[in-house]
Design a protein around this ligand. Structure first.
Ligand code: HAM
Length: 416
């Protein structure tokens, strides 16, 4: 028997109300903040993701990369940001009023070790504001993420922020990090030893206990910021204060992607830690240039929809169910079957949701099915009803039934 591939899952009908609920919240929050939807292809040129983060684990170890029949190397999107930046450049969006604000809901693929909340295919809601480096925009993106979680009912969340500088100040900071860590090279885990020269920032968020205590005492990025980056970070904090969004500055927050500059942030459920991040993002002032555009700043964030749903369930937050079907049309006998077929079609034409009985089930079995489907009414048509031009209308809850002229059926179903 075939099963879903490891790390992937079916989203069954019973789960769909959560997805519809979140999609509705996304439509509302993006409307409020003036974001427009963009959909980019599921796969892109592998080079795009390599450009965006050559030294990241995601690019080196987690991509679903394949050659197509024409010999082109393609990769299933491991995240949305490089694709949106590519689209911004490809479609000349630098000629639009800046910043351009775009959002997406997209399947995303990472070859990770599957566990609760970590899948090989997950869905991201992400937004990108491209074309302005005003720290007010950083605060606005964080505000949007924060309000979004609140709008779906996740009240107990916390925000961590940091600044990892720019191409002026970061190289100096990286040197001081390397210098610090070289003293302890012998006690680093194998991954950190490998990353020390190429990607020393990532040593700060290593999950190994021995590396964590070294990271605690490592030099802080915010102490090494150039005056422009320091001013940017101060303004961001001021704006978050105006918005009354509580935050913690975490010097170990660096994020797992290479392209970030200045602001980085993550949002987590209050009582859990970094492993359960529900959303994160940051500024990427060099990425558009990296993928072939003119130097253009940008900032964005993304959140995993499955992780939001996990948290909604953990918090016992209920979501509206799908509206019930209005009617089930049951029949007895061949002549009644033809009438039932026509009545069903007419009701649907008039906008009433209907499921019709099929096959040769007994009336009892048909009504049992109506019950299981949760329909509000059953419309029962037998040979007597066909002759009299009537139908039996049965309210399933309480099993109350009455005879209704066929001509009044629609009106009766519509006004309930
Ligand atoms: P990210 O932190 O890699 O950022 O992913 C964003 C969110 O996607 C995570 O916070 C998490 O909720 C969810 N997520 C990531 N990996 C998985 C997984 N394997 N299974 C389930 N959920 C997952 C980015 O992708 C950046 N592109 C965000 C961004 C947008 N930065 C700027 N703009």
């Amino acid at each position: 028997m075939f099963q879903t591939a490891r790390g992937t899952q079916d989203i069954l009908p019973a789960e769909q109300p959560y997805w519809r609920f979140i999609e509705k919240a996304i439509a509302e929050i993006t409307r409020l903040y003036g974001y427009q939807r963009i959909d980019t292809p599921i796969f892109e040129d592998t080079g795009l993701f390599k450009r965006a983060g050559e030294y990241t684990d995601m690019v080196q170890k987690e991509m679903y990369t394949f050659d197509d029949l024409g010999g082109n190397s393609l990769t299933l999107k491991p995240e949305g940001t490089p694709a949106v930046c590519r689209a911004y450049v490809q479609h000349g969006m630098q000629n639009l009023p800046q910043p351009v604000k775009l959002y997406y809901i997209s399947p995303t693929f990472r070859y990770e070790r599957p566990q609760a909340g970590r899948y090989r295919q997950h869905y991201q809601f992400g937004c990108e504001a491209i074309g302005d480096d005003d720290p007010a925009l950083d605060a606005e993106v964080i505000d949007m993420a924060w309000r979004f979680y609140k709008s779906v009912g996740l009240a107990r969340i916390s925000l961590q922020i940091n600044s990892i500088g720019c191409k002026v100040c970061r190289p100096l900071y990286l040197e001081s990090l390397k210098k610090y860590y070289r003293q302890y090279e012998g006690s680093l885990c194998a991954d950190c030893k490998n990353r020390l020269e190429k990607n020393p920032l990532r040593l700060l968020d290593c999950k190994q206990t021995s590396c964590q205590s070294l990271a605690e005492k490592a030099p802080h990025g915010i102490d090494a910021l150039c005056p422009d980056c320091a001013a940017h970070f101060e303004k961001l904090k001021k704006f978050l204060g105006i918005l009354e969004i509580p935050f913690q500055t975490n010097h170990r927050l660096v994020r797992g992607l290479d392209y970030y500059t200045r602001t980085v942030f993550e949002i987590q459920p209050e009582e859990e830690g970094g492993q359960s991040t529900i959303g994160g993002g940051g500024r990427y002032d060099g990425l558009i240039e990296e993928v072939g555009g003119k130097p253009t700043p940008g900032i964005g964030f993304a959140t995993g929809i499955e992780r939001i749903i996990l948290n909604l369930k953990k918090e016992n937050i209920s979501v509206p169910g799908a509206p019930p079907l209005q009617a089930y049309v049951a029949y007895m006998g061949q002549a009644a079957g033809d009438t039932a077929f026509k009545v069903t079609a007419d009701l649907r034409q008039a906008g009433v949701s209907v499921i019709a009985a099929t096959g040769s089930k007994s009336l009892k079995a048909q009504l049992r099915q109506a019950n299981t489907l949760g329909t509000v009414y059953a419309v029962i048509i037998g040979e007597d009803e066909v002759k009299a031009g009537t139908a039996t209308l049965r309210r399933m809850a309480g099993a109350v039934q009455e005879t209704v002229p066929m001509g009044e059926l629609l009106q009766r179903l519509k006004c309930k």
